[in-house]
Design a protein around this ligand. Structure first.
Ligand code: HEM
Length: 401
C-alpha cells in the first residue's frame, strides 16, 4: 500500500499514514478479504487520509481490544460517512453507557431465544420454497434470487408487515452500508421513517405480538418509550438486520460452491451444519464499525486524540494468525468458543440479532443442500464484491447439473 504524508494531523506520525479507502480498498471487487489484508503491516494502528482521515486498527488483537473498550471509545459517531451518525441516531447502536443499558435490555428481550426458536418453521418453509423455485433452472444469480429475498421476508414477518414491501426496502439497506451518492443521509433516514411511521404509531397505541410491539412494551426505567426513541430503535433494526444477513448468505454459498468436499461432508453429516455455520461466519466476516475516542489515549506507542475516529474491521481480527490457528482454513470441527470471533462484534454492543442470524444460516445450509445438487461457481462469471461498512457480494452466479 502506498505511504502518503499529505493532509495528516500533527499528532499522526508520518510512518502511520496510508491511503486506504474503506469503501474501495484496492482489489476489493475481486476479493474483499485480500483487499483488507493489505492494511496489515508493521503497525497495530494506521491513519488513512481517505474519507476525511481516520485510524484503522491493523492487527487482530488491537481490533478486538478497541472494539471492547467502551470506556475510551464511543459508539456515537456510527460511521466515517459524513453526517450519517447525526442523521440516524440509532438506538441502541449509537448509545453509550449508562443510557445504552435499558434500551438494549428491551431490545434483547424482544430477541429472546424462545422467540427466535419459534421462527424456525417459518424460516425453514421460506427457505425450502425459495430453493424449490430455483432448483429446476440449473443456475441462479444467488444474491438477487436468494440472498436478498430470504432475510427481508423473515424480518418483515417478524415485524408483521406485508412481505411485498421487500422491494421498497432493499435499496435502503444498500445505501446505508455502501452509499453510492444517489441519496443524502437525511433522505435515506426519511425514507426509512416514512415507511415505518404508521406501523410504529400503531404498535405504540395498540401492541400486538410482533417484534416491535414486544420491545416497545418493555418500559425504559419505569416509563414508556417516546415516539422519537421508538423510531430510532425501529430504524436501527431495519438497517441492522438486512444487509448483514444478505452478506453472510453470499459468503457461505460462495465457500460451498468453491469447496465441493465441504458440500459432500455436510450432505453426509448434516449434524455438522450448526458448527459449519459458526465456522463460516468466523471465516467470512464482513462488518466493520467506527468508534470515536472520548479522550486522548496512548496505544501502540502513539497518542490518539479525543474526537479521532477509529475503524475496526472484523476480518482483521478473525483472519489474524496471532488470534486463530490457521485462520484462513475452514474447519467445521474447529473448537470455536461462540463469542471469541468478532463477526457479531464484542462487548456491550454485541449483535442482538446474532441468534436469529445463526438460525437463518443453519436453515439456509440445510434446505439449500437438500434442494440443490452439487453446485459450483459458473465458469466465466467470477463473483463480485463491494466494500463498505457491511461488505457484500454483489454478484454470485452458481450452476448445477
Ligand atoms: C450475519 C448477520 C449479522 C451480522 C454479521 C451482524 C453484525 C453486528 C455487529 C458486528 C454488531 C456490533 C456493532 C458495534 O459493535 O458497534 C451488531 C450490532 C447490532 N445488530 Fe447485528 N448483525 C447481524 C444480524 C443482525 C440482525 C438479524 C439484527 C436484527 C434484526 C441485528 C441487529 C443489531 C442491532 C440492533 C445491533 C446493536 C446492538 C447494540 O448496540 O446494543 N443484527 N451486529
Amino acid at each position: 500500500m502506498a505511504t502518503v504524508t499529505a493532509n495528516r494531523p500533527d499528532h499522526v506520525p508520518a510512518d502511520r499514514v496510508v491511503d486506504f479507502d474503506i469503501f474501495a480498498p484496492p482489489g476489493a471487487e475481486d476479493d474483499y478479504f485480500a483487499a483488507w489484508a493489505s492494511v496489515r503491516g508493521d503497525h497495530a494502528l494506521v491513519w488513512t487520509t481517505a474519507n476525511g482521515g481516520h485510524w484503522i486498527a491493523a492487527d487482530g488483537e488491537t481490533t478486538r481490544r478497541l472494539w471492547n473498550d467502551a470506556e475510551n471509545l464511543s459508539n456515537e459517531a456510527l460511521a466515517v460517512t459524513p453526517g450519517l451518525g447525526e442523521a440516524m441516531e440509532f438506538i441502541p447502536l449509537q448509545q453509550d453507557a449508562p443510557e445504552h443499558k435499558p434500551f438494549r435490555m428491551a431490545v434483547m428481550k424482544g430477541f429472546a431465544n424462545n422467540h427466535v426458536v419459534a421462527m424456525e418453521p417459518l424460516i425453514r418453509e421460506v427457505a425450502r420454497e425459495l430453493t424449490a423455485q430455483i432448483a429446476p433452472h440449473g443456475e441462479c444469480e444467488f444474491m438477487e434470487e436468494y440472498a436478498e429475498v430470504l432475510p427481508i421476508h423473515i424480518f418483515l414477518t417478524l415485524i408483521d408487515v406485508p412481505t411485498q414491501d421487500r422491494l421498497r426496502l432493499r435499496p435502503l439497506g444498500q445505501q446505508l452500508t455502501r452509499p453510492d451518492g444517489s441519496m443524502t443521509v437525511e433522505q435515506l433516514r426519511d425514507a426509512a421513517d416514512g415507511y415505518l411511521r404508521p406501523y410504529i404509531e400503531e404498535r405504540l397505541r395498540n401492541p400486538g405480538q410482533d417484534l416491535f410491539s414486544r420491545i416497545l412494551s418493555i418500559p425504559i426505567e419505569g416509563r414508556a418509550w417516546t415516539f422519537d426513541e421508538a423510531q430510532r430503535m425501529c430504524r436501527n433494526l431495519l438497517f441492522g438486520g438486512l444487509d448483514t444477513v444478505v452478506s453472510m448468505f453470499g459468503n457461505i454459498a460462495l465457500h460451498l460452491a468453491r469447496h465441493p468436499e465441504d458440500q459432500d461432508l455436510l450432505r453426509q453429516r448434516p449434524e455438522l451444519i450448526p458448527q459449519a455455520a459458526d465456522e463460516l461466519m468466523r471465516r467470512y466476516p464482513m462488518v466493520s464499525v467506527t468508534r470515536n475516542l472520548v479522550r486522548d489515549v496512548e496505544i501502540d506507542g502513539i497518542t490518539l486524540k479525543a474526537g479521532d475516529l477509529v475503524y475496526l474491521n472484523s476480518s482483521i481480527h478473525n483472519l489474524d494468525t496471532a488470534c486463530f490457528d490457521n485462520p484462513h482454513k475452514v474447519d467445521f470441527e474447529r473448537n470455536l468458543p461462540p463469542v471469541r470471533h468478532t463477526t457479531m462484534g464484542v462487548g456491550p454492543h454485541r449483535c442482538v440479532g446474532a441468534g436469529l442470524a445463526r438460525l437463518e444460516a443453519i436453515l439456509f445450509i440445510e434446505e439449500w443442500l437438500k434442494g440443490i445438487p452439487p453446485f459450483r461457481v459458473k465458469p466465466g462469471s467470477p463473483p463480485r464484491y463491494r466494500a463498505g461498512n457491511v461488505g457484500a457480494l454483489t454478484e454470485l452466479r452458481l450452476e448445477w447439473d
